[in-house]
Design a protein around this ligand. Structure first.
Ligand SMILES: [Zn+2]
Ligand SMILES: [Zn+2]
Length: 163
């Protein structure tokens, strides 16, 4: 399926954990979607990388259940707060105090199959077999431009998919 044939991911949209006990809503347009290959994301998901969706803080809310808080130190050295389902353990959202956006673990969104990330961060710890598309934005560590390039590429992709 070509990129042009895929619809823009529309918002508001809901998501939730594996057991359905915790649900959330994204009520505004996200500002970027990328894959994170840091060692925390690999361990937390038991996988090669995680999909992170940047959402303005005001545009995210838990709407069902009581998520459990888990504090950890990111590969960047920043303190982060993870929120997960207390029953099935699925991580749903990450928060960094002082930032105006949070990151949704985008694989937990309803209809996540429509997602197309625009870049990859922390590729210095990416698994050796990973292959990146030449059109993707690639960062060895965290982007030093405040995620500006990722945000611009995401906005462009959403606009072009909307036709
Ligand atoms: Zn759950
Ligand atoms: Zn990560």
């Amino acid at each position: 399926m070509s990129e042009q044939a895929m619809p823009a991911m529309s918002f508001p949209r809901e998501g939730g954990c594996q057991c359905g006990g915790v649900r959330y809503a994204v009520t505004c347009e996200p500002t970027a979607l990328y894959c994170c290959h840091c060692t925390n994301c690999q361990a937390q998901g038991g996988s090669a990388f995680a999909m992170s969706m940047l959402v303005p803080r005001d545009g995210f809310a838990f709407i069902k259940g009581e998520p459990k808080r888990f504090d950890f130190v990111a590969d960047s050295g920043n303190g982060k707060i993870g929120w997960c389902c207390p029953d099935c353990g699925v991580r749903l959202m990450h928060d960094t105090e002082g930032r105006d956006s949070i990151t949704v673990r985008a694989g937990t969104l309803d209809g996540a199959g429509e997602l197309r990330p625009v870049g990859h961060i922390w590729t210095r710890s990416a698994q050796a077999w990973m292959k990146f598309d030449e059109t993707d934005l690639i960062y060895e560590k965290a982007p030093e431009d405040g995620y500006t390039a990722l945000k611009e590429k995401w906005a462009h992709q959403q606009a072009s998919r909307a036709g």
